[in-house]
Unconditional design. Structure first.
Length: 122
């Protein structure tokens, strides 16, 4: 079973994404900010990280830079998808330059979410 780490400070979005992905047989772990992502990665490995851009304590951009700098090469290569409500602020190319593999725009299209998670975890 593929393990998905969701970092999202909105519990509504977190719970919806969790339910949808669990229904698709993914194992879901959720945290509220980038600092918690790094703590989770210290303890275990995941197949993909869904990362909100605007979070308290550590945002998605900073978190991605830190994940890419991890000493464990497998964890540093983890597929990361930006989840953003501010799609106009950055282009996909800018997210890719920051280390993301892809992006999804809020409000989340759950079919697109499932498709993207499948695509990046196969």
């Amino acid at each position: 079973m593929k393990k998905v780490l969701i970092a999202e400070d909105s519990s509504v979005i977190q719970n919806l994404a969790k339910k949808i992905l669990e229904f698709q047989n993914f194992q879901i772990y959720s945290v509220k900010n980038g600092e918690e992502v790094l703590k989770a990665l210290e303890k275990e490995s995941f197949d993909i990280l869904l990362l909100d851009i605007n979070m308290p304590i550590m945002d998605g951009i900073e978190c991605t830079k830190r994940v890419r700098a991890l000493s464990d090469p497998n964890k540093a290569k983890l597929p990361i998808v930006a989840i953003t409500g501010n799609a106009r602020n950055y282009t996909l190319a800018e997210y890719k330059a920051a280390g993301f593999n892809d992006m999804l725009v809020k409000p989340l299209n759950f079919d697109a979410l499932v498709a993207k998670v499948r695509e990046l975890t196969e």
